[in-house]
Every structure is written in C-alpha cells, then in structure tokens.
Write a protein that binds this ligand. Structure first.
Ligand code: FDP
Length: 339
C-alpha cells in the first residue's frame, strides 16, 4: 500500500499563508496552533466519553485515582490553559464563564482578544453525536495593559480569524484568517491536522434547511412563511429543500458549508432573541460563512454589523448559502416589514 508522503500540515499551511502576507508577525499563526493543541487534547477526552461508566463519571474518582471532570468544564479549562500564558492574548471570554477571563498575573498581555464556546452542542455528548469548539479572534482596541470588555465587545466584522473544531466521525479544524476558509482533518496516528478541504466555498443555494421545527408554532409569521417556502409552498421563488437538523450548531453548519444549505435559529415567543450567543456562536460562524461566499443575518442586518452590548447576548441567526439567506430576508420584509 502506498502512503502519501507529501501532506500539508496545519502548521505548514499557516506558515505559507503568513509568508504571503509579509506584514504578519506570526503571532496569529501561533495563536491558531494554540487552539489546535487545545482541540487535540479535547478530542482525546471526547473519544473516551462513552467510557464514563467504566472509568467513572463527572465528579467521581476513577480507578486511576483521577477526579473525572464534566467534558464542558474540561474543554473550557483546556482552551484557557492553551491560550492564557502565551503573551499573545490580552483577554478572553468563554460561553462557560460569566465574566471576562483575565490573563494571569505576570504574563505580558498580547494583542489579541479571544472568545470561545469550548463545547458547543454538548447535549449531544450523551448520544455520541458530533459536538464542537468555536473560536473567534479580534485585535485588541485598547492600547496597553490587560484587555478589557472593550476588546471583547466588538462587531463580528472586526474579527481577524475565526473557526471551529468538529469532533465528529473524524476531528476537523476549519478556520479563516480572512483569506478563505480551510479545513484540516486530524490524523490520529500522527497527531497532526492535515489539509483536507482547501478553500471551502458554499454554493449560492443549498439542498438543506436546518431548523428546530418543534418551535414552529412560536415563530413569527415571516419565519413560518420562509420555512413553508423551503418545504415547497413557494415554488416560483424557492426550490424545495431537504430537512436536516442535528441540533449541534457546528455539525449543522459544517454540513451546510460542505453540501450547501441554510441553518436558522430564529427568535420565538418564548425566546424573542433566539437561543444562540452572538459572540461565541453567531459571529464566528457568520465570519466563516461570508468567507465561504455565504451570508448570515439576524433577519434585519448582517450578523457582522451588530455591535455587542454584553458578553452573553443572544441573537436570532439565519446563516448559510447567500441566495437562501436572501430569500428569508425577503419573506421577512414582505411579511413583517423592516420596523
Ligand atoms: P446545545 O444546547 O446542545 O449546547 O447553543 C447550543 C446548541 O446546542 C447549539 O449547538 C444548537 O444548534 C442548539 O443549541 C440546539 O438547540 P435546540 O435543542 O433548541 O434545537
């Protein structure tokens, strides 16, 4: 059997990209490796998740005498520990922490602010379905010292990089630093992410729509009409789509990125601002969608234009192929106006 000897590792790819941009200092490159390292550590724990009954569950001590942690707590600590001592980051925020996460004392604050959702879709862990880590990187806007909320509460359009790691049937890291979206698959035998999906692009219109339809009765008439359109009720304007919903944003987005589709988590009467978080979920995914030729909106404005007011603010999300997102906006405008 022939083995491939000429592979592009994540490291080599990022270095090549950096060489193509002579103004780059290499700090962002290193920050992306830090995330990749955290991803490998998290992935190795997720692979063992099904063994909790044998090895001990969260809060218990396992046979090796180690205290078992819940995976989301573990993922959160792993991300922080991979990033906080490097001198590349001035402040962090995590979906799992109420407040800003400060850089430890004695560490020089760096020029990037990093936000992450360490384990998105975690309700899927128990059923062995895909979960992910989402990250978002901004250049600091304050001039020196430790970073502040001002560095973290930036509009998504200011991101300098964003991406996700998907712990699925294989582990993939997908990221953009403003020059397209590139996907890497972890080769577990050598512990390296290898370039598997260079320059990922979304088709203009996709095959799938992904939404939690159990909320249908609580949606606005506009969202209901758009989803009816996807089912085939508006044949003049919308080709009927197939429905796919995993309920794990990273996995739903990833499928739509590769195969083409639209994902929605709109507001409803119970949760008028929807469920997803602007800074940890919507903004980074919107950045990737746009870099891949797609689009993302809250129904009125591009996600990237929204200036956050709070770390954990929620936002309705419509994201995916550009024509499909435009269709939802058109229907919302016709049904509800833009007021
Ligand atoms: P989860 O609750 O499992 O963590 O925001 C979290 C998230 O998953 C997303 O990954 C997913 O897209 C969404 O919630 C699913 O929500 P519903 O169960 O309401 O459909």
């Amino acid at each position: 059997m022939l083995h491939q000897t000429k592979v592009t590792t994540l490291e080599r790819f990022i270095l090549d990209q950096e060489r193509a941009h002579p103004d780059a200092t290499g700090e962002l490159t290193n920050l992306l490796y830090d995330v990749a390292l955290a991803a490998k550590i998290i992935a190795s724990q997720i692979r063992r998740a099904g063994l909790v009954n044998i090895l001990g569950s969260a809060g218990e001590t396992n046979v090796q005498g180690e205290e078992q942690q819940k995976l989301d707590v573990f993922a959160n600590e792993t991300m922080q520990n991979a990033l906080n001592h490097t001198g590349r980051v001035c402040a962090m925020a995590s979906e799992e922490n109420e407040e800003l996460i400060a850089i430890p004392e004695g560490v020089t604050p760096g020029k990037y602010a990093v936000l992450f959702d360490p384990l998105d879709g975690s309700s899927n862990i128990d059923v062995n379905a895909a979960v992910g880590t989402i990250f978002s990187v901004y250049r600091r806007v304050t001039s020196d010292g430790n970073g502040t909320l001002t560095d973290l509460l930036q509009a998504g359009a200011n991101q300098v990089a964003a991406g996700y790691v998907m712990y699925g049937s294989s582990v993939m890291m997908v990221y953009s630093a403003g020059h397209g979206v590139h996907g890497f698959t972890l080769d577990p035998t050598i512990g390296e992410f290898l370039l598997s999906h260079p320059s990922m692009t979304m088709p203009t219109s996709g095959r799938y729509y992904s939404v939690n339809e159990s909320n249908f009765g609580r949606w606005s008439p506009g969202i209901q009409a758009a989803v009816r359109g996807f089912k085939g009720d508006d044949l003049d304007r919308m080709k009927p789509k197939n429905s796919r919903y995993i309920g794990s944003l990273v996995a739903d987005f990833h499928r739509n990125l590769i195969a083409g589709g639209i994902f929605m988590y709109p507001g409803d009467t119970r949760n008028p601002r929807g469920k997803l978080r602007l800074l940890y979920e919507a903004s980074p995914m919107a950045y990737l969608a746009e870099q891949a030729g797609g689009a993302a909106t809250d129904g009125r404005q591009p996600i990237g234009d929204i200036v956050p007011e709070a770390l954990h603010q929620r936002v309705p999300l419509v994201i995916g192929c550009a024509e499909d997102v435009a269709y939802v906006k058109t229907i919302l405008m016709e049904t509800e106006g833009n007021g």
